[in-house]
Design a protein around this ligand. Sequence first.
Ligand code: NDP
Length: 514
Amino acid sequence: MAGDGERNAKGEGGALQGRPSQVVRRTPWEYTPAPESRDVVRIKDRYDLFIGGRFVPPLSERWRTTIDPSTEESLAEVAEAGEEDVARAVEAAREAWDTSWRDLPGKERAKYVYRIARELQERSREFAVLETIDGGKPIKESRDVDLPLAAAHFFYYAGWADKLDYAFVGRRARPLGVAGQIIPWNFPLLMAAWKLAPALAAGDTAVLKPAETTPLTALLLAEVLQDVELPPGVVNIVTGGGETGAALVHQPGVDKIAFTGSTEVGKAIQRTVASSGKRLTLELGGKAANIVFDDAPLDQAVEGIVNGIYFNQGHVCCAGSRLLVQESLFEPVVEKLKARLGTLRVGDPLDKNTDIGAINSKQQLEKIEELVASGTEEGAEIYQPECHLPERGFWFAPTLFTGVSQSHRIAKEEIFGPVLSILTFRTPEEAVEKANNTPYGLSAGVWTEKGSRILWMAQRMRAGVVWANTYNRFDPSSPFGGYKESGFGREGGVHGLEPYLELEPVTGNGGRRG
Ligand code: NDP
């Protein structure tokens, strides 16, 4: 990706911290650019709020600009919902619940959810390109991961809508009411799907608050909701910043809050919601251990490590950001990882060959830089491959640290960037001890050829998800969620329906809904 107007990862012309310990050459050939066309996407100059099935200007009369993080170019002005706007959205959701959605038979709700899935499939290229432009992630990820998974979530939950009375043995399922849903910027459309699909299947209505840096695919989804003729007010979308999210949490008309984001904001929401009677699920941060035993298939493990931490620029709550390698395997793993890092292509997110796109925002880039600087200051050894970063936009080269101790900030804090901290262990007991030595508990990975060891490890990991000989695999039928400071509640699978339902004991076999 070298060329005019670009800077390299060592900071010449750039702002990256630290020095690479050694340089491994990148692939000896240049790729021909393979840009995905932007023509399929039509971005409006201005976006209103989506309330009661229509786009309406914000009463706040405030707007903020969303940018392309790979170029810093302005894309559109997006409404910033104030208190009154949020209250209006919640009223619309309440009215839709009272007058239509609550009593609609499950098989009718299923049809709407199914249609949303079909529309997402049909317009997947448009959504993928827009996701990449607004958020900076590589097109091959938005095309091959975000979009198929978002559609799969709607398909999956469409299947549950008319089977709720059979899903929870001995209990009858009733919808809860209005769900307030706050989502982050790392998987904007996918997180909207994770939140909306189970809510709609359960018979709840929703007010969704996308992240301020990535509102555009949620607003395109609003157009899909109009196209499928979802009854007005069943889903409302209020764009804006943290204050808009806080206003949603405070709204008395909301029955349930579902939040994905930072642990800090999650804790603040928990304090606000306490004793309000609102239900709450929190999906927060992580500092997952990806554990490689000396009998692991080495090349496969290296691919899994790379996928675990460099996928989506490391903006992944369940990223395998702490690599624990059995001591005897340390050198070959690090050597192979360094060679593999040299082949990762950083640059234009719309290029189909790009592996690592732009960092989502300047603020996030500064956070990564600050934590990486702390790593070198605290004595860890940094390695970044030789790679050239575009001059404009927000970029960070794939990075790994060796010589990391458990007390280093880079081993404890969520960096949420393409930065891997490598530690070692000698025995399985030590691996468990180190893996669980974190306030988080979202995910973990285990690499070994022994099935018995996988089970032994999985039983001891304090993590909501444990992947074995793979990493970052998602399926709508699998529950996902954390322990400890990673939050509580599960999304995905039948477990993901529960937070949106009132479950009452069944007397006799009456009261079934269809
Ligand atoms: P936040 O937790 O601030 O953002 C998540 C969502 O919550 C966004 O929609 C945000 O709005 C909204 N929000 C912010 N403040 C409030 C509030 N007081 N009440 C209600 N909603 C609020 O995460 P950041 O974007 O600031 O990222 C910071 C760090 O959080 C990252 O570096 C990463 O470590 C972690 N993170 C974890 C995620 C995960 O999936 N677990 C996802 C994103 C971040 P807005 O964006 O408009 O401000």
